[in-house]
Design a protein around this ligand. Structure first.
Ligand code: ROI
Length: 169
């Protein structure tokens, strides 16, 4: 007798950092959260407050609006990255040589379950997340008991970082 195996992929909790400092940043981040809620095979499980943060990098740019969103997803990390890049592109983001410059919308995968990923397209955990108050504070708001794959505590990191004038809105 032949049996048919229905493939089910595991559900993973992923955390996504949102940031904008151009073209009505609050609207950009709210629209991004809405677009993320429409990603297939995924559900939003938490959304942080919006935060107003000083730019990291050149100071001759506007302050940023930042937030962190948590989803449960059956997409692979690269499928999720594709979906997030589509959302960034739809917001009118142009990819140019402005690594530290103003941007309409960033949607960065911070964490994908407890996985460590290093390939050409993706580094997870996000390389800067442990030293960025605009990531750690919203993340600790929605996931105070979370630990990173290196066993560091999100709440502890958030309580120890220089808040750099960040404002929870
Ligand atoms: N600075 C802040 N405050 N928030 C960001 O989201 C952000 N994103 C960036 C750089 C340019 C590093 N600075 C930022 O990409």
């Amino acid at each position: 007798m032949q049996t048919t195996q229905l493939q089910t992929s595991p559900t993973v909790t992923a955390y996504i950092g949102l940031g904008s400092n151009l073209s009505d940043p609050k609207r950009q981040v709210s629209n991004a959260a809405k677009a993320i809620s429409a990603i297939p095979s995924s559900n939003v499980v938490a959304l942080s407050s919006l935060y107003l943060s000083k730019p990291m990098g050149p100071q001759d740019q506007d302050d940023y609006i930042n937030a962190v969103i948590a989803i449960e997803t059956k997409l692979s990390a690269l499928q999720l990255l594709d979906a997030l890049q589509t959302i960034e592109n739809n917001a009118g983001r142009v990819r140019k040589d402005n690594r530290w410059g103003a941007r309409i919308l960033d949607c960065d995968i911070l964490l994908y379950g407890d996985e460590t990923i290093n390939n050409e397209r993706l580094t997870v955990p996000h390389y800067g997340m442990k030293v960025r108050e605009f990531v750690l504070l919203p993340l600790a708001e929605i996931a105070p008991t979370l630990y990173l794959p290196d066993n560091s505590s999100v709440s502890k990191l958030a309580s120890e970082i220089n808040s750099n004038g960040i404002l929870r809105l």
